[in-house]
Design a protein around this ligand. Structure first.
Ligand SMILES: [Zn+2]
Length: 80
């Protein structure tokens, strides 16, 4: 049995983060003028805890349900 940790950049704030690829929240984006922009036809990129929290604050103000975050979203993944 082993563990896997993915390291990558948040597509919301570009901070380096580690995450579990099976559970991390993600959004569909595409690259435009060197930046990630939301795109329903784009590919999925991970977002960090801080960006999810900010997004959930905005969603709450808009009366929308929060984006759920799995307890293992930002931890290592057990493989094996
Ligand atoms: Zn972020």
């Amino acid at each position: 049995m082993g563990y896997m940790v993915c390291v990558g950049y948040c597509c919301g704030c570009n901070s380096l983060m580690h995450f579990n690829p099976h559970y991390v929240p993600s959004i569909r984006v595409s690259r435009k003028d060197g930046k990630w922009v939301p795109d329903p036809e784009g590919h999925r990129e991970p977002i960090c805890e801080a960006c999810v929290a900010k997004g959930n604050e905005a969603r709450a103000k808009a009366g929308m349900p929060p984006i759920p975050v799995h307890p293992e979203a930002y931890s290592e993944s057990e493989e094996g």
